[in-house]
Design a protein around this ligand. Structure first.
Ligand code: NAD
Ligand code: MG
Length: 398
């Protein structure tokens, strides 16, 4: 029987790649629900092509979508709105698979709803896991949800871990012969910039990633290395491993997507051309493998693979994220919220690139940390952090 898929954030980069894979496997998968925050014309086009049962948009976009659907003779598609609509499709009894591809904290509640409904959840929205960490992982176990990593590095690690690793005791220690995780990072577009050069880079330059084509927020995160910081936290939660067992390795070619080291001296790597369709297809079909359009890796073309240590002097965001993970509690949620505000302000030309980690550090220092023992507490910390970070943007750090 075909699997029914809900795509949260269908108009985004990951959403589009997901559709591309579904196009190749029409017998196996059908689209039940799609959601978008903006680009409603594109959403209506997607509705024309895939004819989902439900579409979710913000309340202020409902009329626009309704008009477009009526014009296309698609008035039978139900339109739901806002966070309640996102949650309703994520936990809908007719949905088997949820692609969590909303960017940022906005994806937390729908992703969590999908996990609590015991779905197969394809996790692209790393911010949701960074914020809710243990709560999300516990919910996945309690509700027998398969929370599968789509982030290319985490998908690579998942592929290199021994079978049954997820069922093993979750105590922060590497187990089953695993000794260390090597999380690879491209280093982003400014890998070789000096501190001085970093001060004057523009949003357009930051959004031009050398290897991957991605949404704006994650592109800026890749440029500051905050993306790797968020991924470090994501890895600790997904694989129940404390941060000192995770080494970040800068590998500018993005051919090795991450590695797992074992106590016998083995290092397993997952390799492939940098295309998100590979990890999406893997998570979608796991434990099966399905065809994608991604060409096989040609090692005669990619004959030079380089590795270096990250420079946290030029890219302090990585250090801040590691410290936040060490502190635990609400620190990762605070870090994430401050970063979201800082990145938005940078993209809006309200802030310099080098001020992004400064805002994050400032916000972390201003808020008291405590246990992240409920979603309400986490959402409150998120709101407080946003306020402080916004203030910093308005005062430009004075
Ligand atoms: P994107 O900006 O291209 O798309 C984001 C999607 O989320 C869009 O459909 C948008 O309409 C929706 N959205 C934005 N704000 C929203 C809100 N407030 N409420 C509801 N929906 C909202 O982003 P992307 O690059 O596709 O990334 C999506 C997620 O996947 C991010 O968390 C990112 O870190 C992660 N990710 C992306 C890539 C990649 O290659 N693009 C790789 C790994 C992980
Ligand atoms: Mg990644």
């Amino acid at each position: 029987m075909s699997q029914s898929v809900c795509i949260l954030g269908v108009t985004g980069s990951i959403g589009q790649s997901t559709l591309k894979i579904l196009d190749n496997h029409p017998e196996e998968y059908s689209v039940f629900a799609v959601t978008a925050h903006s680009r409603i014309v594109e959403l209506a086009e997607i509705c024309k092509q895939y004819h989902p049962k439900v579409a979710v948009v913000p309340s202020k976009k409902v009329d626009e979508l309704r008009q477009l659907l009526i014009l296309a003779d698609l008035a039978d598609i139900e339109i739901l709105q806002d966070e309640a609509g996102l949650i309703a499709v994520s936990e809908h009894p007719q949905v088997d698979v949820v692609m969590a591809a909303i960017v940022g904290a906005a994806g937390l509640m729908p992703t969590l709803a999908a996990v609590k409904a015991g779905k197969r959840v394809l996790l692209a929205n790393k911010e949701a896991l960074v914020m809710s960490g243990d709560l999300m992982m516990q919910a996945a176990r309690d509700h027998h949800a398969a929370l599968l990593p789509v982030d290319s590095e985490h998908n690579a690690i998942f592929q290199c871990l021994p079978e049954g690793y997820f069922q093993a005791e979750r105590n922060g220690q590497p187990k089953m012969g695993v000794s260390r995780i090597l999380l690879t990072a491209s280093g982003g577009p400014f890998l070789n910039h000096t501190l001085e050069q970093l001060q004057s880079v523009t949003p357009a330059q930051a959004c031009k990633h050398p290897n991957w084509s991605m949404g704006q927020k994650i592109s800026v995160d890749s440029a500051t290395l905050m993306n790797k910081g968020l991924e470090l936290i994501e890895a600790c939660h997904l694989f129940s491993i404390s941060e000192h067992f995770v080494t970040v390795v800068v590998h500018p070619q993005s051919i090795i997507h991450s590695m797992v080291q074992y106590v016998d001296g083995s290092t397993l790597a997952q390799m492939g051309n940098p295309d998100m369709c590979t990890p999406i297809a893997h998570a979608l079909a796991w434990p099966k493998r399905i065809q994608t359009h991604v060409p096989p890796l040609d090692l005669f073309v990619h004959s030079h693979l380089n590795f270096q240590e990250p420079d946290t002097l030029r890219f302090p965001a990585l250090k801040l994220a590691r410290q936040a993970m060490q502190s635990g509690g609400l620190a990762p949620a605070i870090l994430n919220a401050a970063n979201e505000i800082a990145v938005a302000a940078f993209l809006n030309n309200q802030l310099g690139f080098s001020q992004i980690p400064q805002i994050v550090e400032h916000t972390l220092s201003r808020l008291e940390n405590s246990a992240a023992d409920s979603i309400d507490v986490i959402l409150q910390a998120d709101r407080s952090a946003r306020k402080i970070a916004q203030q910093f943007v308005m005062n430009k750090g004075n």
